[in-house]
Design a protein around this ligand. Structure first.
Ligand code: GLC
Length: 743
């Protein structure tokens, strides 16, 4: 095409764009025509620029390779920037793009808004412990509103990686070990982030990550090798990604790991066969941070250029920070290793979402400084953060009704490295959050008791190290107090990316501190703050009460105080199994029976010599200040066909003296399959609030599709036969009924 034609088209583009209102339906996709009109004006270099994502220098989430990204913007060598935020800063970068570059294509701004932008919510594993999908969606919605008010269009979330290994630091970022819960949480987060549209400038594009099976890293060691059967991949690890894509997530991020010998970033089976052809994904695929370059280390390519060719040919559209397309793609096209049609398709996938966001109509829509002041860190958002935080707390143990603490106590001692700490409570992946904005546990208790009791603090020990010199003062304070609250756990950065731990016990001498405090005989409440399941066997057997509070974010202290003093009855349930020790790992509830299931009377059965097979706390575990009884399990039919719906009923009673919420869980066991089947699989749950003394009949619906799995020949279907259905308050549920799927 000669330059005169390009010049005419450039002159026409603004007119064309004006006379084709955003979203006006045209043949095919409503944006096709508008994308075509922009594509027609672009040079190959500018197309490659749209496929290139660079970080600003505002926040570092990986090895920064680029220095002058502003020059790259002006030259059209990048179409998206991440780690840049605030309306003012991004407005300036956007101005460079739409006023100083030749093609004047608006930038896309991305950021890791994982559990909040400025108002920080519980870490995602904590939110998952709420089993409250409305609360989880609310958290994502608030995060989106604050991010979108701060110049951002795109969050690199939800992370939906199934994780069965608590040594892996990124368990904090997902929803735990179960595909059913993980799928529903992934959908809720996509709804919260993306809503029904972007015209109000309060929603952002979601990015489902890390595709795929990143959580299965061998040994729980981050970035390590992943190798599994296609059946395990499809039955356990893929469902949450699929659910998020079905919920409409606009983007997907590749994972660092290899899968079956092929790095995910070059894995056509994942990125094209499954994601696009089986699931119908229409958005764009972005790599993780320099994951194209890292294929040279994986050893499946000789150099960056080959890595770029393999990633495009697998289905990648955008290169995060690696500058591989930027440096090599033009030559790959000249050599015929990649076609310009492939580049055009990648660019279309990207430009389309810039139209979906409305950026061509108003590049500054998300950069209103006055709105940013109104929305970010508002009182309403703080209230939402408190609500979600309270719902995320799990009561693990409560002997002799140690909790809730009476508000008439004369004095409490608040002890431990996390007692008067703010900055750790924000957790890893805390976006633009500021740890100093967090309410510490000590502050939350002081707020709660408002001078009605003596609240005194001693640190006792540090997070790490062997120094016990602070024990004496802590024990002495405990002896002088009516009750003791000891806050122990991890530092925020002891979980998250590149933060795997081979030893998941309490760091340092924290457990020794707890032992010293329990030895006083005082009522001791252990408050755990951590990013992963911990091995706490002594505490689990000896502490009067244990609360799992994860890292609850900005309103942490207030939320924990509400639970400690009974203003909120804890309702959380574990989304991930707590092992007794690392030796049990991997340990998860939906395991198989084996040919020699454990039998205490038979030596030659599956067991360890030094620890039971059972976990410290099972998946779905969580207590309440009240008690619940399950009775009268039944079904409207015990034989059903593939077309039927079975209605399983149970009566739940609040048999205690306090109102409370219970997560009623339904599990299924397929007794005989063409391949071995798990002992339990979560197939339903309902979070139910019941007043003290009240009872309610609940109904769960089951269909053959709920019982489907990848059978011996890998077809996805339910197989006729018997199924045991279990309902209860955790994965050890005992109320059961047998049903039969007819031939
Ligand atoms: C990191 C993470 C990914 C994140 C990206 C951008 O390495 O793996 O989850 O979204 O880089 O910060």
């Amino acid at each position: 095409m000669n330059y005169w034609k390009i010049l005419v088209l450039i002159l026409l583009v603004p007119f064309l764009m004006q006379c084709t209102p955003a979203g006006k339906p045209t043949a095919g996709d409503p944006y096709d025509h508008r994308v075509d009109s922009v594509m027609a004006t672009m040079t190959l270099e500018e197309k490659i620029g749209q496929m290139t994502l660079f970080t600003s220098d505002w926040d570092v989430t990986g090895p920064t390779l680029r220095e002058n990204y502003k020059e790259d913007i002006k030259a059209g060598r990048t179409g998206a920037i991440f780690n840049a935020h605030t309306a003012a800063y991004n407005r300036e970068l956007q101005r460079i793009a739409v006023e100083e570059s030749r093609a004047k294509i608006p930038l896309l701004f991305g950021y890791d808004v994982i559990h909040g932008y400025k108002t920080i919510f519980p870490i995602p594993l904590g939110e998952a412990a709420s089993w409250d999908l409305a609360a989880i969606e609310l958290a994502a919605s608030v995060a989106a509103a604050e991010a979108a008010a701060s110049g951002l269009h795109w969050t690199f979330a939800p992370m939906v990686d199934i994780a069965r290994d608590p040594r892996w630091g990124r368990v904090m970022e997902g929803s735990g070990e179960d595909p059913y819960l993980g799928s529903l949480v992934g959908r809720a987060r996509v709804r919260g982030f993306q809503g029904e549209g972007f015209e109000n400038g309060d929603k952002v594009l979601a990015c489902v990550k890390h595709f795929a099976a990143y959580g299965a890293a061998a040994g729980g060691r981050d970035y390590n090798t992943v190798d599994m059967s296609d059946r395990l991949l499809r039955d356990i690890y893929l469902p949450p990604y699929k659910a998020a894509v079905e919920e409409g997530a606009y983007t997907v991020m590749t994972s660092f790991n290899e899968l079956d010998g092929v790095p995910a970033t070059a894995n056509r089976y994942l990125l094209t066969d499954i994601l696009r052809e089986e699931w119908g994904f229409k958005g764009f695929v972005v790599t993780d941070y320099t994951s194209i370059n890292e294929m040279v280390f994986h050893g499946n390519v000789a150099d960056d250029k080959e890595a770029g060719e393999q990633s495009i040919n697998a289905g990648v559209d955008m290169d995060m920070q690696g500058a591989v397309f930027y440096n090599h793609l033009k030559k790959s096209i000249e050599e015929g290793k990649v076609s310009e049609a492939q580049v055009d398709q990648a660019v279309r996938n990207i430009l389309r979402l810039k139209f979906v966001l409305g950026l061509f109509d108003d590049p500054y829509r998300f950069m209103d400084i006055e709105r940013e002041k109104r929305v970010v860190f508002s009182k309403e958002n703080q209230d939402a953060a408190l609500d979600v935080a309270r719902k995320s707390i799990v009561l693990l143990r409560n002997e002799n009704q140690t909790l809730p603490l009476s508000k008439t106590l004369r004095s409490v001692a608040v002890i431990g490295p996390l007692a008067d700490n703010k900055v750790e409570l924000i957790g890893a992946w805390s976006g633009a959050g500021n740890g100093n904005d967090c309410i510490s546990l000590l502050q939350g208790i002081q707020n709660k008791t408002a001078g009605s009791m003596q609240v005194r603090h001693a640190m006792g020990c540090d997070f790490e190290g062997t120094d016990q010199s602070g024990f004496a003062a802590a024990v002495n304070l405990a002896r002088q107090s009516d009750a003791v609250i000891v806050a122990v756990g991890e530092k925020a950065q002891m979980s998250g990316e590149a933060a795997s731990r081979s030893d998941i016990t309490l760091p340092g001498v924290q457990e020794e501190l707890v032992k010293a405090l329990v030895a006083t005989g005082k009522p001791v409440v252990v408050v755990l703050m951590n990013g992963r399941p911990l091995a706490i066997p002594w505490i689990a057997e000896n502490a009067p009460a244990v609360l799992e509070t994860w890292f609850l974010g900005t309103q942490a202290g207030n939320a924990i105080a509400d639970v400690l003093f009974g203003d909120y009855n804890p309702s959380g349930k574990l989304p991930m199994t707590f092992p007794r020790n690392e030796g049990q790992i991997p340990i998860f509830y939906n395991n198989k029976n084996t040919g020699r299931p454990f039998d205490a009377a038979n030596k030659y059965t599956s067991k360890y010599l030094d620890v039971p097979n059972t976990p410290q706390y099972p998946f779905g575990w969580g207590l309440s200040y009240t008690s619940f009884a399950y009775e009268g399990i039944g079904a409207d039919k015990t034989e059903f066909s593939a077309q039927d719906t079975v209605r399983i009923r149970i009566t739940l009673s609040n048999t205690g003296a306090r109102d409370g919420a219970e997560v009623v869980q339904l599990y299924v066991r397929d007794l005989v399959g063409s391949v071995t089947r798990p002992l339990r699989e979560l197939k339903g749950f309902q979070k139910v609030f019941l007043a003290a003394g009240a009872k309610q009949e609940l109904t769960f619906k089951l269909t053959a599709n709920d019982l489907a799995f990848h059978t011996r020949d890998m077809t996805f279907r339910a197989e006729p036969g018997y199924f045991d259905v279990f309902i209860g308050g955790n994965s050890d549920a005992t109320q059961s009924i047998r049903i039969q799927l007819a031939e």
